[in-house]
Design a binder for this molecule. Structure first.
Ligand code: PGA
Length: 239
């Protein structure tokens, strides 16, 4: 059984106090939930405090990007080694906004993925289409695959209020699992968590997670209100 995974993608939102108030409410609101993994993807500047405050909880803190090198002359970039040192659990790589606005390519996502794994970070790899799956996973070993979740986020659905159909998302999630099975065998593919993202809200989340190959959701806008996000987590954990 794959443990359901629900991730809030805060993107570039919130000031410091908003972030801290949110996480404190989230900790209290989910204290009894153990059957669902919860992720919060935040701006780098909040990560240390968020990681410290969620120690020994079921909440995983997620960076939104990390460089393919650990150190050096890369002004403005974030080192995965430094993230790991801070106690950050996950990094999300390849989000559509990174690709569209900051020129991420399959190659850069793949380089970042390999280095994040080398630094003991777990990774949520975002793909918008099936063609991206194999190139972003290039050189990834069977052992490393156990630390990767794949989030399928069709571009038309991100931030538009127009989510994919549950059946359409299931078809792609299954196809992703099939690709992983072909490359890594069924043990790995059966353990892989595939998330759906793109205009997920409290009304449609269960349509997605009830699909056989969808193990969770990546939530942007609907996660920005902590009370709403807690309700979404509770709904998922009551399945
Ligand atoms: P959205 O964002 O839920 O606002 O569509 C999802 C995402 O970009 O990860």
């Amino acid at each position: 059984m794959r443990k359901p995974f629900i991730v809030a993608n805060w993107k570039m939102n919130f000031l410091h106090d908003d972030a801290i108030n949110y996480i404190q409410k989230l900790i209290l609101g989910t204290i009894d939930i153990h059957n669902t993994e919860i992720g919060v993807a935040a701006q780098d500047i909040f990560l240390k405090e968020l990681s410290d405050s969620t120690l020994n909880t079921n909440i995983k803190i997620v960076a939104q990007n990390a460089h393919w090198k650990n150190e050096g002359s890369y002004t403005g970039e974030t080192s995965p080694m430094a993230l790991s040192d801070l106690g950050v659990d996950y990094v999300m790589l390849g989000h559509f906004e990174r690709r569209q606005l900051f020129n991420e390519t399959n190659e850069t996502v793949n380089r970042k993925l390999r280095n994040a794994l080398n630094n003991n970070l777990d990774v949520i790899v975002d793909v918008e289409e099936l063609e991206q799956v194999e190139p972003v996973l290039k050189f990834i070993t069977e052992e490393q695959m156990a630390r990767i979740s794949i989030a399928f986020e069709p571009t038309y659905a991100i931030g538009t209020g127009k989510a994919a159909s549950a059946q359409g998302a299931q078809d792609v999630a299954k196809a992703i699992r099939d690709i992983v099975r072909e490359n890594y065998g069924s043990n790995v593919s059966e353990g892989l968590r595939v998330l759906y993202g793109g205009s997920v809200d409290i009304n449609n989340e269960l349509d997605f997670v009830l699909q056989e190959d969808i193990d969770g959701v990546l939530v942007g806008k609907a996660s920005l209100n902590v009370d709403n996000f807690i309700k979404m987590i509770q709904k998922l954990s009551n399945l």
